[in-house]
Design a protein around this ligand. Structure first.
Ligand SMILES: [Zn+2]
Ligand SMILES: [Zn+2]
Length: 152
């Protein structure tokens, strides 16, 4: 892993929605970037991928992430049960880039670079100026999550 732009992060853990795939990462350097490229958009079903790159030898897996070979140079890991995108990895590289939304541990995520800006959606730059509210529930409505809860 190229250490340019890396910061040291503490140990963290993550999981897919259903908890069939979980991982833990030992402390060490991490590269935090946001990728707006067209392939990350399609792979995440989203406008961009917030990524946390760490060395493979610091990762402990519980469960199996299926991979899709999204190009000749990369594969993307996801949960075969619930479909959550979990990581991006260059083939043969000694590091894995986790989708930050799968991380359970409170981390101070501060990306240092935007990648793939040729495909960046213009509205992404305008998000900070939009009106805001917390998650909305109808009064009397009870939401029961079926997602994995860290520590359960
Ligand atoms: Zn899952
Ligand atoms: Zn990308």
């Amino acid at each position: 892993m190229n250490r340019d732009g890396c910061v040291d992060v503490g140990a963290f853990e993550g999981a897919c929605q259903c908890g069939a795939v979980r991982y833990s990462v030992a402390p060490g350097p991490a590269k935090q970037t946001v990728c707006h490229c067209r392939m990350c958009q399609r792979a995440t079903g989203n406008a961009f991928a917030p990524l946390m790159e760490v060395e493979n030898d610091r990762i402990t897996w519980a469960g199996y992430a299926k991979t899709f070979r999204s190009s000749n140079v990369a594969e993307r890991g996801f949960c075969d049960e619930c479909g959550t995108p979990i990581f991006y990895r260059r083939i043969g590289q000694d590091s894995t880039e986790f989708m930050v939304g799968t991380i359970d541990t409170e981390i101070d995520y501060r990306p240092v670079a935007n990648h793939g800006i040729e495909s960046r959606r213009g509205w992404v730059l305008e998000l900070a100026g939009l009106t805001e509210r917390e998650t909305f529930f109808t009064e009397g409505e009870e939401i029961v999550s079926h997602q994995y809860e860290h520590g359960s």
